[in-house]
Design a protein around this ligand. Structure first.
Ligand SMILES: [Zn+2]
Length: 309
């Protein structure tokens, strides 16, 4: 059977393709490549859509020098589950609309938990994610004495008594985020970061948004444990819906990170435009109390001798 294609049919088809592109493609682009840090006015306009983002307990914030904040030295040591020092069975890596997150899973469904320090309850690790910039002068969400760092890691936990992240998100004591800020250095050693760097490059090259890593070391490597030299305050999630349910614990000891690793993170921009400059600007403190734990020896060294020398 012969099929005759007339000029009119070609134009009609072209017109239909044009209508499809104009009508549906922008929607698809928004769905596939939405960037909450740029779209619809970015973070300053989040409160219009998510009222909690305009609340008075928002994060991140600018932290003072650890020497100038209120010291509370009766915070005991943290108590972490044994899983914290155990190799996960698998680590799931997912590129999301605001960066990349990793989620470790363990044999028999074991969980990673933490309590102690300033915490009244036990918190369960949900996921770990990162905030970074397009160059080394930006990236962190929290700043220390107004200094911006190149990267910030957030280990997001939910309060065990609420049973899940979803149930905990709207409770004032529902979530805990442990944060680390990083400064760039030429070479750094970390098995976790070696594996993540390779994975990020692979995912960028193959346009993959979900993958798994086996052979990942214990979390002590990527979340160095500390019992002193940290800040704590009441805040919020730093992405919409900005729920005011987070107890923040921010390490006062910036961690070195190699520029190769930062470049691998930045490469994820190719598959998700939200995966770069994914940091919210600092928010007003609104009279909130920031307390710190720093042991006596560190205090003397850093805050007394450090200031004289
Ligand atoms: Zn975060």
């Amino acid at each position: 059977m012969k099929v005759y294609v007339t000029q009119e049919m070609v134009c009609t088809n072209n017109f239909l393709i044009f209508v499809y592109i104009v009508t549906f493609l922008p929607i698809q682009l928004v769905i596939c490549h939405g960037n909450i840090y740029v779209d619809d006015g970015g973070p300053k306009d989040w409160p219009n859509k998510y009222p909690q983002c305009g609340g008075n307990r928002q994060s991140p914030i600018n932290l003072p020098s650890i020497c100038d904040a209120l010291r509370i030295n009766n915070y005991g040591n943290f108590r972490r589950s044994k899983t914290f020092t155990k190799k996960p069975n698998n680590v799931k890596v997912s590129v999301t609309d605001h960066g990349v997150e990793i989620k470790p899973t363990y044999e028999y469904g074991e969980q990673v938990t933490i309590t102690g320090g300033p915490l009244q309850d036990t918190y369960v690790l949900e996921q770990i994610h990162f905030h970074w910039g397009s160059n080394n002068s930006v990236g962190s969400e929290h700043t220390i004495k107004s200094k911006v760092y190149a990267l910030e890691t957030h280990a997001v936990h939910y309060n065990f008594k609420y049973g899940s992240f979803k149930n905990a998100i709207n409770q004032s004591d529902g979530l805990l985020v442990i944060a680390y800020v990083y400064y760039p250095q030429w070479i750094t050693k970390s098995k976790s970061w070696n594996l993540l760097t390779k994975q990020f490059v692979y995912m960028s090259d193959t346009n993959t948004t979900e993958s798994d890593i086996t052979g990942f070391p214990a979390l002590t490597d990527i979340l160095p444990p500390f019992d002193s030299n940290y800040y704590t305050y009441s805040g919020s999630l730093t992405t919409p819906p900005c729920s005011e349910s987070v107890t923040w614990i921010v390490s006062g000891k910036p961690v070195p990170i190699s520029t190769v690793r930062l470049r691998a993170l930045r490469g994820l921009y190719g598959i998700q435009p939200g995966a770069i400059n994914n940091f919210r600007p600092v928010q007003p403190l609104n009279g909130r109390l920031i307390t710190v734990k720093i042991n006596e020896a560190e205090y003397i060294l850093k805050c007394i001798f450090g200031r004289i020398l």
